[in-house]
Design a protein around this ligand. Sequence first.
Ligand code: ADP
Ligand code: MG
Length: 451
Amino acid sequence: MASADLQVWSDVLAYMRAHHADMTRQWFEEIEPLGIVSGVMRLRAATDVHQRYLERECAAVISSALQTVSGRLLSVRFLGPDDRPDVSDAPPTTASNNGTLQSPPVVAEGLVINPDYAFEHFVVGQENRLAYAAATAVASEPGVRYNPLFIHGGVGLGKSHLLQAICLSLLEKNPATKILYLSCEAFASEYVGAVKAGKMNDFQRRFREVDVLVIDDIHFLAKRDRSQEEFFHTFNALYMAGRQVVLSSDAAPQDIPDLEARLVSRFQSGLVVSINAPLYETRVEIVKQKAVMLGFAMPNDVAEFIASSISANVRELQGAIYKVQMFQSANGCPISLSLARDALSDAVIEIKPEVTILRIIDTVVDHYGVKLIDLQSKRRQKSIAHPRQVCMYLVRRHTRHSLEEIGGYFGGRDHTTVMHAVRTVETKRTNDPDLDRVLEALERRCGAENL
Ligand code: ADP
Ligand code: MG
């Protein structure tokens, strides 16, 4: 290959690290540039999973990086390890048609599997040990021990990561395994599509022929009666045939609102495990692990600083790491504690007192002009019920209190009432910008911003 082409690729890599650190992975070093032919840069990924990630996530950015560093109108095409390197067999992937996929057979159908989400990149702590153990057991003996496997926990705590790790591990052991990995919404909309098109037979065949069915965020089944019904039958068919089913959810089966009792009991019939928010030690390990994956060295004190500053969930932690990394490449100096402090200055209130239930209540009571005793009473008029729901929502979101504890605090209400309050406020918040602003202000006042 022409050395000029090689230079272009190494410039693109440097450009990606500097400008798109969040999507650049250490394994990009393993990508083999095959050269530029007819305006198309062909890049060979080391694995099919890498190829798929590049196509889905990076095609547009890499082709624009190519144009920036070379000053030429170039597009990019990603090949898998076994693809022949001729250019003519498929349209190149460019910024405008990056949806083109040549689905390699080893990749699970449905959602794209992120190669970052392998078991070896999952940091195990006491908060997720059981879920991790169950996931690895399922990956080594699908359909045998824990069926279904049901993993639940809050947002950004690694549910999707574990689900994908199961898929990756199964595919690595046996690329012919038929895995269907999809979101609950995708399931529901495929179902609706099949009904509309009168293609229910195809739909059923597709779902019932798989070895492993993995559905992410199954709590979205709630309220979709027809798709619940269909899911129930799909589940039974697979279960009877000894196929593995893996599900994730934001709540335990019995706590998912509007989930039919028969589905609750199906879900409970296998193994139900929860993931909790990572403790400090786990967070430190996660920060170090992510830095290794992104290909840069993270000094211990910086990892500890980030872990102590950000505690909400792993996704936020990751955001902080990207920020530090971008700051570093923009400033061109090594990563140090003071650099991290600068990078995160707007995200971190360092010596901030912990957000407590009392601080939240003080803030809400003050804002709405109600009394704590009213919030704890049985009174249901809107002027009290609304601030009460807001309180429950904020406490749930920004403290570690359980649903039961929160219910107890607000006048001995049970956990489903709290869950209902949280969901109600969440929905209203998404649909009502005014409420969103109010909540943001309240969060700021009780020190819970950026969580
Ligand atoms: P969820 O599906 O529970 O909302 P994700 O699985 O999407 O959360 O995780 C959010 C991010 O945090 C992902 O990038 C994931 O890799 C990372 N993550 C979560 N838990 C861990 C962990 N224990 N070790 C390493 N990374 C983790
Ligand atoms: Mg998820």
